[in-house]
Design a protein around this ligand. Structure first.
Ligand SMILES: [Zn+2]
Length: 125
């Protein structure tokens, strides 16, 4: 199996509902997102997927969130905008944009800070 990853960063504000602590207050993060695609077969150029295509798909999703208050945007107007839920959101959105082509989204990691991240990986390894 081959895996290809692209990192992307964006800035956004959020507040965690029902959380007792500093993160219940409005604050912002410079988020980093890493999307990893996986597949068995390479194309004639020896690529699993073009980095540029994956980057464009991530950018397409991230642009909707960039410099916004996440709690105002669906699905985060009802779903808490935690790093975990953001990772699943990117996973589902990218999966829809990548199509199949024998390539699947394997996992998505979202960093809120350099030291803290959450990963969504639905397929057991
Ligand atoms: Zn936060």
């Amino acid at each position: 199996m081959f895996e290809v990853s692209v990192d992307y960063s964006f800035a956004a504000g959020h507040a965690l509902r029902g959380y007792k602590g500093k993160c219940e207050n409005v604050h912002g993060h410079n988020y980093r997102v890493r999307v990893t695609l996986a597949g068995e077969n390479l194309d004639a150029s020896g690529l699993l997927v073009d980095f540029a295509d994956l980057r464009a798909a991530i950018q397409d999703v991230a642009q909707r969130l960039d410099h916004r208050y996440l709690n105002d945007l669906a699905p985060f107007d009802s779903l808490n905008p935690s790093a975990e839920n953001l990772a699943k959101y990117f996973f589902d959105e990218i999966q829809g944009r990548i199509g199949n082509r024998g390539v699947r989204v394997e996992e998505v990691t979202v960093w809120e800070t350099e030291l803290t991240s959450a990963t969504y990986r639905p397929n057991a390894r």
